[in-house]
Design a binder for this molecule. Structure first.
Ligand SMILES: C[S@@+](CC[C@H](N)C(=O)[O-])C[C@H]1O[C@@H](n2cnc3c(N)ncnc32)[C@H](O)[C@@H]1O
Length: 203
């Protein structure tokens, strides 16, 4: 990746090649129990309290999908990389979860979901406003988008700022909540000083 980030996607990345080592980053693989606990706690807060249908777009190796499944949710994951999908299927073997190869901007799903969950992908998709409008159509009435994004790096930052994302969501959502994540080193396995946040947008 041509910048000093470590948590993002970027146009031109070969995700099939990256899949085998993707989980080596603390916030990707969630192998450190403290990091895992930190993400599990946030997710519990962002997802509904009752068992729900969660669509994890750009699911990667399925780390957040697994946390959601462990919290009692039914998960459908979509990723454009077949290698990522293979790893996600293995990670959630035996769980109430299904994984599909497809484009997150137009996922190959027929039904609607209680939650569309997306971490570290939206910023890199062409025309995020159009993508958000499509995702709104995938959410059941009263459902929510949970978007984990940021602006990574300091030399040549990439990403989408929270203000820009909330501006795009304002006409689509009935309520938008931003949670700042930069100040919690347990999420990242280290201290970070760039912009990292989650948005929970109720539809
Ligand atoms: C930075 S990783 C994030 C993975 C996962 N969301 C996580 O947070 O652990 C970005 C993922 O998005 C996938 N991806 C990139 N562009 C995509 C697209 N247009 N549709 C679906 N998946 C895409 C990549 O294959 C990769 O698995």
């Amino acid at each position: 990746m041509a910048n000093d980030s470590d948590s993002t996607t970027a146009p031109g990345v070969d995700w099939d090649s990256a899949a085998a080592s993707f989980d080596d980053e603390p916030d990707h693989g969630l192998r450190d129990p403290e990091v895992r606990r930190a993400w599990a706690g946030r997710l519990r807060d962002w997802l509904p309290g009752r068992p729900s249908d969660v669509l994890d777009l750009g699911c990667g190796t399925g780390s957040l999908s697994l946390l959601a499944a462990e919290q009692g949710h039914r998960v459908t994951g979509v990723d454009r990389s077949p290698a990522m999908v293979d790893l996600a299927r293995a990670k959630l073997a035996g769980r109430d979860a299904a994984f599909l190869v497809g484009d997150a901007a137009a996922p190959p799903v027929e039904e609607r979901f209680d939650v569309v969950l997306v971490r570290h992908l939206l910023w890199a998709l062409p025309d995020p406003g159009r993508v958000l409008r499509h995702w709104r159509g995938l959410v059941r009435p009263g459902g929510r988008l949970v978007l984990v994004e940021g602006v990574w790096g300091t030399v040549s930052p990439v990403g989408i700022a929270a203000d820009l994302l909330t501006g795009l969501l304002a006409p689509l959502a009935s309520h938008v909540r931003v949670e700042r994540l930069s100040g919690d080193p347990l999420l990242w396995g280290k201290a970070v000083d760039d912009e990292r946040y989650a948005v929970v947008a109720t539809m």
